[in-house]
Design a protein around this ligand. Structure first.
Ligand code: AMP
Length: 362
């Protein structure tokens, strides 16, 4: 396995806050980052040594970028696969196109999970209002209709209550292909982040509980207050997915915890995966000696993985939209560590920063 020593240049596809925090962690270990994104005002650009300002479809810019860096990772999973292929001709890309192809499409995610024995909500793929209408007749309502691609933070999702018309739900979803999912009456939502190196070495952070508001992550509680057996099952599912997908870098796995075991004896169902740092892993920045961003840098550079055992319990609060105006009082709060993403404009639903509140020894 190739080891990239400190001083090397890490290319990052995408310029958002996840790229910014990766670049800060990389700088801590003496690496420099080169961000590829179309807008110089994005959060990662100002904290990185180099920036290529270009569209993800710009082949020449992608080639020049790939030749200028030592390894490439990503902070946005909707990077076009074609762009990844172009970069991969000149430079190692972690995670690779195979993982990305699965993570970009909800049908592929669920089909892959099921193929390796991991449970998911029941689902049907629908390509028109008529197909949705037919699928709705087979599903118990409520159900959820989601776009199969490009959805995040509850965007492109419609909850279908009894009595709702298929045409109405289809129009509200607004994408050419949808996935109708049975509504899971979960006890709670949890996630696990696994780091893996090219030689197969891996490490998982403990299972955490995620609470959402308006479809957007609001708080992460570490650890999740769930039975040890359920936590083991969640961790097993995450490791299995990372291993079978051949992830190098990070894989975040979001899961529903069922109130009781289903017919297959499972207590967790996979909801979705993301092959990158994840919002539900931000707590690790202040509660672990090696947070998820440093872990990503270690994994893609072939360094020894960091210890994933936290030293503290923590709660992460997202600062969405105008929440960020509370920064003076958050700075004054004991045991709180404030992280702001440097976005100039706060809009409703936009992630502006987060605060990690340390709760005492793990
Ligand atoms: P997603 O974009 O798939 O992560 O969905 C956003 C949020 O919607 C999830 O975190 C859940 O709170 C809720 N949700 C999504 N799918 C389902 C489902 N099949 N059953 C119940 N709640 C869901």
């Amino acid at each position: 396995m190739k080891i990239l020593p400190p001083g090397s240049i890490i290319g990052i596809l995408g310029g958002g806050q996840l790229g910014r925090m990766t670049a800060l962690a990389a700088a801590k270990l003496g690496y420099r980052c080169h961000i590829f994104c179309p807008d110089e005002n994005e959060p990662a650009v100002g904290v990185s040594a180099f920036h290529t300002k270009a569209a993800f479809e710009d082949e020449r810019a992608l080639e020049a970028f790939a030749k200028a860096v030592d390894v490439v990772t990503l902070e946005w999973e909707n990077v076009p696969l074609r762009s990844m292929e172009i970069v991969a001709r000149h430079c190692a890309v972690h995670p690779g196109a195979k993982v990305l192809a699965v993570a970009q499409d909800r049908e592929q995610e669920k089909t892959f999970a099921r193929s390796i024995g991991i449970g998911t909500a029941d689902f049907a793929i629908v390509k028109s209002a008529e197909e949705l209408d037919a699928a709705m007749k087979k599903f118990a309502l409520p159900a959820i209709l989601k776009s199969t691609r490009m959805g995040y933070d509850g965007k492109g999702q419609v909850k279908i209550a009894p009595g709702m018309k298929a045409g109405e739900a289809w129009a509200a979803m607004g994408a050419p292909v949808g996935i109708l999912e049975s509504f899971v009456d979960f006890a709670c939502e949890v996630s696990v982040i696994v780091a893996a190196r090219e030689d197969g070495a891996n490490a998982a952070y403990p299972v955490v509980e995620n609470r959402h508001k308006n479809g957007i992550l609001d708080e992460t509680h570490a650890p999740a207050q769930i039975d040890a057996a359920v936590a083991r099952e969640a961790e097993h599912v995450a490791r299995l997915l990372a291993e079978k997908l051949g992830v190098v870098g990070l894989l975040a796995v979001e899961l529903f915890v069922l109130r009781e075991a289903d017919a297959a004896g499972q207590r967790v169902l996979m909801n979705e995966i993301a092959p990158r740092p994840h919002n539900s892993g931000h707590w690790t920045m202040d509660a672990c000696a090696c947070g998820q961003f440093e872990q990503l840098v270690r994994a893609v550079c072939g360094l020894p993985l960091g210890d994933t055992t936290p030293h503290s319990r923590a709660v992460m609060h997202n600062l969405i939209g105008d929440d960020v105006k509370k920064w003076p009082e958050l700075l004054a709060q004991p045991n709180a560590s404030l992280h702001l993403y440097g976005k100039s404009e706060s809009r409703a639903g936009r992630k502006m920063g987060h605060v990690n509140v340390i709760k005492g020894a793990w």
